[in-house]
Design a protein around this ligand. Structure first.
Ligand code: IPD
Ligand code: CA
Ligand code: CA
Length: 262
C-alpha cells in the first residue's frame, strides 16, 4: 500500500472541513466567548474534530496542534499546525470570508501549507521548494514597489480594548501612506491574497502559529518576504509579522519604526 502523501491528505481534509463550514454558514450557530471579543462557535470545534481525526488516522505517528485544543504529541519533530476556522468572527456574523488552514512542520521547517476558502472554492497550496499554487495554477507576489500604490492588509489583536500594543497607531500611520488598507478578518487568507498579488503587504501583531503557518509557506513559495516588524528573522511562534511582496518591505519597516518611536 502506498504511503499517504501529506499534501494530498491535507487538501482532502481542508476541502471536507471547508464544505462543512460552508453548509453551516446560514444555520444558527452556538457561540461561546473565550474573551471579551474572542469567540468560538460549535463549527470551529466540528471542523477541528474532522481535520484532526483524519490527519491522525492517516499519520498516527505525527504530532498536531490545533487552535481549539486538539493537541497530541506536540514535541514530535513532524507536526501538523491547524486552524480549523480562520475568520471566526466573520463566520459568526455570516460574513463570508473565512478559511481552513493546515500546515505541516518538520524539524522547525514548514514543509506543506494548505489554505481553503470554501465560499470561493479557492485552494491555496505550497510545498517547500516547489512554489505556490491557487487551484493548481502557479501564483506569485505583485511587483508594486511604492507604498503609496500598495493595497495593504492587517488585523487587530483580541486584547485591543486593554492593551496599548493594539496596532491602532500603525493603522493610522499606514492609512496615510498606502493606497488603502483592508481588515478582512482572516489572517491566513490575508497571507494567501498577498501571495497571489491581490495585496502588496500585510502586517499584524500577536498572531498564533495556526494563523500563520500555512499562509507563510504559501507566501514564501510565491516569492514574498516575511520578517518580524523590524525586519529581523521571523518565527511563526513569535506572533508579530511583517509580510510583503519584498519590494515594499523596507518602506513598511519605516512606517512600523515610526509607530515604535511614537
Ligand atoms: C483571527 C483572524 C483575524 C486576526 C486575529 C486572528 P480566528 O483568527 O485571523 O484576522 O486579526 O488576530 O486570531 O480567531 O478567526 O481563528
Ligand atoms: Ca485564526
Ligand atoms: Ca480559528
Amino acid at each position: 500500500m502506498a504511503a499517504n502523501d501529506p499534501i494530498e491528505v491535507a487538501v482532502k481534509v481542508a476541502k471536507e472541513a471547508g464544505e462543512l463550514l460552508r453548509q453551516g454558514l446560514s444555520k444558527t450557530r452556538e457561540i461561546e466567548y473565550k474573551g471579551e471579543v474572542d469567540l468560538v462557535t460549535d463549527m470551529d470545534r466540528r471542523a477541528e474534530e474532522l481535520i484532526c481525526g483524519a490527519l491522525m488516522k492517516a499519520f498516527p505517528t505525527h504530532g498536531i496542534i490545533s487552535e481549539e485544543g486538539h493537541n497530541e504529541k506536540i514535541t514530535n519533530k513532524t507536526k501538523w499546525i491547524v486552524d480549523p476556522l480562520d475568520g471566526t468572527t466573520n463566520y459568526a456574523h455570516g460574513f463570508p470570508f473565512f478559511c481552513v488552514s493546515i500546515a505541516l512542520e518538520f524539524e522547525g521547517e514548514l514543509e506543506v501549507g494548505v489554505v481553503y476558502d470554501p465560499m470561493r472554492d479557492e485552494l491555496f497550496t505550497a510545498e517547500r521548494g516547489k512554489g505556490a499554487k491557487l487551484n493548481g495554477v502557479s501564483i506569485s507576489v505583485s511587483s508594486t514597489d511604492e507604498l503609496t500604490r500598495s493595497l495593504l492588509a492587517t488585523g487587530f489583536p483580541y486584547d485591543i480594548r486593554t492593551s496599548a500594543e493594539n496596532n491602532i497607531t500603525n493603522f493610522s500611520n499606514f492609512a496615510v501612506r498606502a493606497q488603502a488598507i483592508r481588515r478582512a478578518g482572516a489572517a491566513a487568507l490575508d497571507l494567501c491574497y498577498l501571495a497571489s498579488s491581490r495585496f502588496d503587504g500585510f502586517w499584524e501583531l500577536k498572531l498564533k502559529p495556526w494563523d500563520l503557518a500555512a499562509g507563510v509557506l504559501i507566501l514564501k513559495e510565491a516569492g514574498g518576504r516575511v520578517s518580524d516588524l523590524a525586519g529581523n528573522e521571523f518565527s511563526i511562534y513569535d506572533g508579530d509579522v511583517l509580510a510583503s511582496n519584498g519590494a515594499i518591505h523596507g518602506q513598511m519597516m519605516e512606517v512600523l519604526k515610526k509607530g515604535r518611536e511614537s
